[in-house]
Ligand binder design. Structure first.
Ligand code: FEO
Ligand code: CA
Ligand code: CA
Ligand code: CA
Length: 599
């Protein structure tokens, strides 16, 4: 029974059934609607979207492509927020009819640069209908693209490793890209992770210097032309011509939507890797702790602990202080130890004799300010080539850490380990207690508790979920009755409601139905009871979830991204219907009676 019935966790909706429909499906008694789509106006003067006659000038004023993370910063006047969306990547073959890499034009490339980055959009809730409405606001709305100026801050800013011919100071970068997940800080700014930046750079394969080659290769850079051919139009994307430009991507960026003229920053103290995102909690002693995942098979989880303390309040003085907290502190990488004998983690999914995949762990320091803790690496090298420095201290190789986020209600940290089909393959690491499944197609969710405080260097952990079809033996739902849960596959983003329930969005459902959003209590008798709240259209991934008391926001990223699909052969027509092209969008869901989502 996945039905209603009032319960203490407040999750009283009836679970949505897995499906392959080309629409957003919400539970009975709920409604949903698009808040903003690719091409919708963001800043004043933006023209209406015209798929067949798109221009770079128009795109730079419109909502970008493939929105991933979504965050809300309250504007303090009732039901008004600044909504910030990440535009992770472009799919040129879905944006332009007849597109090929070899025939791509300067205008198409410039459209793609403008379709990347972030959008800041004022949204208002219409009390009467329950709908969330996007406004073209003159004061706050903003587009950040690959041409917007960013300042590098923290201990590696100005490093020789970050200098280019366009920027001999090593402190100013044009743009941000592949912004995946993120977080809203307690001081009302947005953190956003630059993830798969490697794909935009050409000609790493021509580099002959052994050290440079090793650094590029550890970040997934090799070969010749890039898939989008940007290097033809701007040589900063050609590693052979501008070797350090690539080092200026792969950071956590911070944007202050409340200060529309502020220059966003890239925080070097948080290290450089394929940042999924970053989420901050204020520790009991007032310092702030950011948790982060490096989304690659067999890569690591990290945290950063600030030196200085958070100043409460919204004064300009407090906010300017807090906006510098992520520049000074200590960067750590996680090492997990299981508490069961290795023989009991046999890859069948059978729980070890102690009844749980669990154990202890350690945060290994990598660098703090100008001081490196990794032999053979300067502090600057730790920050710029964090993956290589981490390799030297043998952290735990995880199954693609996506969102890693502290739950404000219980201060535990929840990590989505989305999948890793290479686990246990010949020549690759096999199952261990924190990543217990070979050929891990469906992923798992790990719960971590720092000892005494979030600043601690030791922790305990256990798996909350081993995802998949609950009817199979190799799944685990927090110990809950598996006949009473929704199936879930490939957890990616996590969020919490005001009661502390965990919400999980998925990317790449390997069970054959559409991706979606799920809610699961983490405390009490319903711990592990996963319920599906919505599904997204064909070919889309669900991301960016925001769970407010009376509405939920999700990003519907890449609708129609299915093998064989293109602008010449669209395989989704969501959200506009008919014969239209699919458009990535933010969607709100709310209760028809306008009651609480989590009642
Ligand atoms: Fe962009 Fe790790 O997903
Ligand atoms: Ca155990
Ligand atoms: Ca993601
Ligand atoms: Ca993903």
């Amino acid at each position: 029974d996945l039905g209603g019935g009032r319960r203490k966790d407040g999750l009283n909706f009836t679970a949505v059934t897995p499906n392959t429909e080309d629409r957003v499906v919400v539970p009975d008694g709920y409604e949903q609607g698009v808040v903003i789509r690719w091409g919708d106006p963001v800043v004043p003067g933006a023209p209406a979207f015209d798929f067949d006659r798109q221009t770079a000038a128009a795109q730079a004023k419109q909502f970008g492509f493939n929105n991933d993370f979504c965050g809300l910063v309250p504007l303090g006047h009732g039901d008004r927020w600044l909504m910030v969306s990440n535009h992770e990547y472009t799919t040129e073959s879905a944006m332009f009819k007849g597109w090929t890499a070899d025939t791509t034009t300067r205008e198409q490339v410039e459209i793609a640069w403008a379709a990347h980055g972030m959008s800041v959009v004022l949204v208002e809730r219409d009390r009467r209908s329950g709908r969330l409405v996007a406004k073209v606001d003159r004061q706050y709305n903003r587009r950040i693209t690959l041409k917007s100026e960013f300042r590098l801050t923290g201990p590696a800013a100005g490093s020789a490793l970050l200098k280019t011919s366009a920027d001999p100071t090593g402190t100013l970068v044009l743009g941000t890209m592949n912004n995946c997940a993120g977080g809203v800080t307690p001081w009302g700014t947005i953190l956003s992770g630059e993830e798969n930046f490697n794909q935009y750079f050409a000609n790493a394969g021509t580099v002959t210097d052994a050290t440079a080659k090793q650094r590029l290769s550890r970040y997934g850079l090799s070969g010749g032309a890039s898939q989008r051919r940007w290097e033809k139009f701007d040589e900063r994307f050609d590693v052979a011509r501008e070797p350090n430009e690539v080092n200026r991507f792969g950071w956590v960026v911070e944007v202050d939507p409340l200060d529309p003229t502020s220059t966003p920053v890239k925080h070097t103290a948080l290290g450089r890797f394929k940042h999924e995102g970053a989420n901050v909690i204020i520790a009991r002693d007032g310092r702030v702790v950011a948790y982060m995942g490096d989304d690659e098979r067999f890569d690591y989880m990290y945290k950063f602990v600030s030196d200085e303390k958070y100043k409460p309040g919204n004064s300009r003085y407090a906010r300017e202080h807090n906006k510098k907290l992520l520049d000074k502190g200590t960067l750590y990488v996680a090492k997990f130890t299981g508490d069961s004998p290795a023989a009991e983690v046999d890859g069948t999914g059978r729980l070890p004799a102690d009844g749980e995949f669990d154990g202890r762990g350690e945060w290994i320091p990598l660098a703090s300010g100008d001081r490196s803790f990794v032999p053979g690496f300067t502090a600057e090298e730790v920050y710029v080539f964090t993956r290589l420095a981490a390799d030297a201290v043998s952290p735990t190789k995880m199954d693609r850490p996506e969102d890693v986020e502290p739950n404000p209600r219980n201060r535990r940290v929840y990590a989505a380990l989305t999948n890793n089909t290479d686990r246990g393959k010949a020549g690759k690491e096999g199952p261990t207690e924190p990543n217990p499944r070979p050929n891990n197609r469906h992923g798992h969710v790990l719960e971590l508790e720092d000892h005494r405080d979030n600043t601690a260097t030791t922790f305990s952990w256990r798996l909350l979920l081993v995802c998949g079809d609950p009817n199979t033996a190799d799944t685990y739902f927090g110990g809950y009755d598996k006949s009473q849960v929704s199936s879930i596959s490939c957890p990616d983003n996590v969020a919490f409601d005001s009661r502390g329930n965990l919400w999980i969005s998925t990317d790449g459902n390997a069970l054959g139905s559409n991706d979606g959003l799920f809610a699961v209590p983490v405390e009490g008798r319903y711990r592990g009871r996963v319920k599906q709240f919505l599904t997204v259209p064909r070919g889309a991934e669900t991301c960016g979830p925001v769970v407010e008391d009376d509405f939920v926001l999700v990003s519907v990223q890449h609708p129609g991204e299915i093998d064989g699909a293109s602008a010449d052969n669209p395989l989704s027509h969501w959200p506009d219907g008919g014969a239209t092209q699919p458009r990535p969008a933010v969607v709100a869901a709310w209760k028809k009676d306008k009651g609480r989502i989590c009642g």
